[in-house]
Ligand binder design. Structure first.
Ligand code: NOJ
Length: 953
């Protein structure tokens, strides 16, 4: 693993976190894989499906797998289900009969549950699991069962019985294979037998010792001075999943490193360690590493030209994923290049096996199917997509008000100012430090008057101290996580000795909800929102900075089983609190979380945690944000400026230029860092940072539309090249440039010091214009385009063929721009056409769920530019709520047609709308000096919510 300490010279204490060989179950399963590989063709997986146990009803196959557990042929039973869904996914689950029936004994008098954890779906799966009754067996014999399913029955699962394997095919070709390499492994329960130590003078029986399995990591396991009591003994679940013919795999955030995942079994440029998913507070994390970070989404996509497939490994325990890419051997005389098969090996510590298979075939199919399963990203509060000003800490209410005023004085738009830890009284959440924050209402009101919001940090650890009602209630109502002895667990975090709320417990959620009511959390207002930090959970004196795995949650599940869900459950409880702050008030919450799991996208935004004020961290943020986008949680960003350290000014402004393209755009800084609000940078740098922020604000309508698309079908908000151009192989590993939604805006922020030009990879034959100058770029499909990028320039192109909305006067906040008129930018394709959309709603309530939104489709062809209802709704029949009423007076102000065809070279055009027709002035600028011809039409004066057309013929 490479070390890439930032400029500040910081690096994670790697030895604080486990490597695979220090995590017993990972080590055992890697050894299992090595052993299988060493035996090559003589290796046979000991798992066989009992032929007579197979039944198939209503889209679901059930059977029993027998595992041969010793050379005498003893077996254990593992119930299998394979379910086919109308959504086109297939789901394979395997449980262990003995544990299912609770026919096991626990060690150490543990109170923990005996079963394998099977409730992750309760937190994660929200749809897409209606059974496909059309799925049918097309063939069955003593060796295998073939089932056809999915759209037009094009998908097929071939379940082999001896050994158990599943081959998922599309149109007859294999795309995903389970247990192809025989690494399926579910460690069955066994009693712990004390081996009597050989008596003095006696030799241990050498033969017996040699034959015995290595039990050294089965039972109590220690790391870094902490011992895990493991009351159920070894229980891991592992499976090899191969993607034949696929060279690229993406996903399984959160890690640093490239978007196209690396191999993990050593070799040149590869990692030595598997990718780890065990949500952790990793202090000063390193780059280009498979180490775990704060959140995890066990969704992997494999991609090749013409096909995308995916697997979703629904398991919330500590998980490791090995990746190996094998070149298929082919006839040396053949001229075709050998294909690559990506082989992955998934290893989780506990729980049932539960895997969804998605057969695509496009990246878009995968994101939408995955979204159907785990939920789409929530429609945001409008202010949440503006710029956020944060640091640890703004020291008083006056400080907040002062920053707020200064941002205005310098005409720098922003939407939300944040209060970190120190606003609290002695780190007791839901309280205010009485001296520095004596007047939170006054502070909140000033922000409100400026159309802005305030975010407060609330963490899951509750200070254990007398006289703090949150603490006494948490304990007296028994709502906290328990330790292995089933007493309330104590640990150390920011406030010192603390207890942790157990948000798996519905009663804890109910209690937590009450704490957010305006009359309970005094000093909060409608414009107060919440930041949930440290929710992995971070425990300073715990093993690997988190909770002991043998801690006990609601209904006696061990922490080991649910660890990766912890952050999601905490954010969920906060979400519930935010929607019930006041009876009758139904507003969209905005909650930032550090820890997350599949499904967290329904609850708010995430950020990449404690990065460093270093160029390499800036660079690393782009693949991380892109990876979040394709993994279903696109509302993502990194701390602008870098958390630790003090960025030099050039770095900071380049970070603003990059951050303006993160879906979540927030500057943040460590308590020890110098103040760095954008107005402090000195004239030149302040102007550059301001320009980047203003660019974000003028494009807010386009961003909001991109958020809408993510909410509708799971499309990433910022999109990597493989996703938008899935057939262009040269783009599959590119992760430093992005498209914003479907606007055709292609950005490649500069992330290197003293770099004043960059090469943008061009994915297609379309025309590209410079966003700022309208210069027509001389591009060639598949080639790089060099563009200059002085410190004040952001490399940003417009792809021909798109229309996107803007608001051209950046004001102090999104709210203050809410009812401004629009500009439409038409970026004409080579063929003289373009299309695009605008989605807008009140940005605050849930009225959009009842039709209170405007959704326009714009199109340009040779003869006309038009705006029509995007969903064909009949505007007249729509109930006109208050917001829609106000929007009636919002107009299209101007239309800029870049690459304007000759038809626009006139002084006037006629626009028709609402049964009227009127002339609108056109300023036509013929192509000159490399610039495309462009026409500025305005003032247009058509209502944004109405149909209109400009006929050119
Ligand atoms: C850790 C978070 O990652 C960081 O952003 C925050 O400033 C500190 N906790 C203090 O609350």
């Amino acid at each position: 693993m490479g070390h890439f300490p930032g400029a500040s010279g910081l690096a994670v204490k790697e030895h604080d976190f486990k490597k695979c060989h220090q995590s017993g179950f990972c080590k055992r399963n890697r050894e299992y894989a090595d052993n299988a590989a060493a035996q090559k063709s003589t290796w046979s997986s000991p798992y066989n499906v009992i032929h007579d146990s197979i039944s198939f009803n209503d889209g679901q196959l059930q059977a029993v797998i027998l595992k041969t557990i010793n050379s005498e042929g003893a077996t254990e039973r593992f119930p299998l289900t394979v379910t086919f869904h109308k959504s086109g996914t297939a789901r394979v689950t395997v449980d262990e009969e003995k544990r299912q029936k609770k026919e096991i004994t626990l060690r150490h008098d543990s109170q923990a549950r005996k079963e394998r954890y099977n409730e992750a779906e309760k937190w994660v799966v929200v749809g897409g699991v209606d059974k496909d009754e059309n799925a049918k067996i097309s063939h069955q014999d003593k060796d295998q069962v073939n089932i056809n399913y999915g759209p037009d029955s094009k998908f097929e699962a071939v379940i082999r019985l001896s050994p158990f394997e599943v081959d998922f095919r599309r149109d007859g070709d294999s795309h995903v294979k389970f247990n192809d390499n025989g690494l399926f492994n579910m460690e069955h329960w066994r009693p712990h037998v004390e081996n009597p130590a050989p008596k003095e003078g006696e030799e241990a029986n050498q033969v017996e010792v040699a034959q015995k399995e290595d039990e050294s990591t089965w039972w109590d396991e220690s790391f870094g001075g902490n011992t895990d009591s493991k009351p159920r003994g070894p229980e891991s679940v592992a499976l090899d999943i191969s993607f034949p013919g696929y060279e690229h795999v993406y996903g399984i955030p959160e890690h640093t490193g490239p978007m196209s995942l690396k191999q993990t079994r050593g070799g040149d440029g590869n990692f030595e360690e598997p990718y780890r998913l065990y949500n952790s507070d990793v202090f000063e994390y390193i780059l280009d590493s498979p180490m775990t970070l704060y959140g995890s989404i066990p969704f992997m996509q494999a991609h090749r030209k013409g096909s995308s497939v995916g697997v979703f490994w629904l398991n919330a325990a500590e998980t490791w994923v090995d990746i190996v890419k094998a070149k298929d051997s082919i006839n040396p005389l053949s001229l075709s290049t050998p294909k690559t098969t990506t082989k992955t090996h998934w290893i989780s510590e506990s729980g049932i096996l539960d895997v969804f298979v998605l057969l695509g075939p496009t990246p878009r199919d995968l994101t939408s199917t995955y979204g159907e399963l785990t939920g789409y990203s929530a429609m945001p509060q409008e202010l949440a997509i503006g710029y956020h000003q944060c640091r640890w800490n703004y020291i008083s209410d006056d400080d907040v008000k002062d920053v707020d005023r200064k941002m205005d004085r310098f005409k720098i738009p922003y939407d939300v100012i944040w209060l970190d830890l120190e606003y609290t009284d002695d780190r007791k959440y839901f309280t205010w430090e009485p001296h520095s924050f004596a007047d939170p209402i006054g502070m909140g009101k000033q922000l409100q008057e400026h159309g802005r919001g305030l975010v407060l940090l609330i963490d899951p650890h509750i200070k254990k101290v007398d006289g703090y009602s949150q603490s006494s209630e948490l304990v007296s109502k028994d709502l906290a996580v328990h330790n292995k002895d089933n007493n309330i667990y104590d640990g150390w975090c920011w406030p010192g000795n603390s207890n942790w709320i157990d948000c798996f417990n519905p009663k804890a959620i109910e209690w937590w909800k009450g704490l957010f009511k305006y009359d309970a959390f005094k000093g909060t207002l409608e414009n107060t929102f919440i930041w949930n930090d440290m929710s992995e959970p971070s425990v300073f004196n715990g093993p690997e900075t988190t909770m002991p795995k043998d801690n006990i949650h609601y209904e006696n599940w061990e922490h080991r089983d649910v660890h990766n869900l912890n952050g999601l459950t905490f954010q969920n409880a906060t979400f519930q609190g935010m929607v019930t702050r006041k009876k009758g008030e139904l507003r969209r919450p905005f909650i930032l979380t550090r820890s997350f799991y599949a499904g967290s996208q329904r609850l708010g935004a995430m950020w990449t945690g404690d990065n460093q004020a270093a160029w390499d961290h800036l660079e690393a943020s782009i693949p991380m944000v892109l990876n979040q986008g394709i993994s279903g949680f696109p509302f993502a960003g990194a701390d602008v400026g870098g958390f630790f350290g003090n960025p030099e000014k050039d770095l900071l402004v380049r970070w603003y230029q990059t951050g303006a393209f993160y879906p979540f755009f927030r500057a943040h800084a460590h308590i020890d860092s110098r103040r760095r609000e954008p107005y402090l940078l000195g004239e030149e740098h302040t102007a550059i940072a301001t320009a980047a922020i203003r660019l974000r604000y003028t494009l807010l309508p386009a961003w909001y539309t991109a958020f809408y698309e993510a909410n509708k079908d799971g499309s990433p908000i910022v999109r990597p090249m493989y996703w938008t151009h899935p057939s262009e192989e040269a783009g599959f590993a590119i992760d430093d440039q992005l498209f914003v939604g479907s606007t055709g805006l292609l950005a490649k922020p500069i992330t290197k010091q003293d770099q004043f030009s960059t090469d943008i990879w061009i994915p297609d034959d379309e025309v590209y214009y410079d966003y700022f100058t309208y210069e027509t770029k001389k591009t060639q499909k598949g080639k790089h385009l060099t563009v200059s990028a002085s410190l004040s320039q952001i490399p940003l192109l417009m792809r021909g063929g798109h229309i996107f909305p803007r608001r051209d006067i950046p004001r102090r906040s999104a709210a203050t721009m809410k009812f401004d008129d629009y500009t439409l930018v038409v970026s004409t394709s080579k063929a003289g056409t373009a299309e695009g959309e605008l989605y807008v709603d009140d940005g605050d309530s849930f009225d959009f769920e009842h039709g209170q939104y405007i959704h326009r489709r714009f199109s340009l062809d040779q003869s006309a530019l038009r705006s029509t209802e995007a969903e064909g709704r009949d505007a007249a029949s729509l109930k006109q709520g208050k917001w829609l009423q106000v929007m009636k007076e919002v107009y299209v102000d101007k239309i800029i047609v870049v690459g304007a065809p000759a038809a626009w070279s006139r002084e006037e055009v006629q626009i028709t709308s609402e049964g009227r027709s009127w002339p609108v002035k056109v300023q036509y600028h013929p192509a000159a000096n490399g610039k495309a011809a462009f026409a500025v039409v305005g003032r247009v004066g058509a209502r944004i919510g109405e149909d209109w057309s400009i006929e050119l013929a």
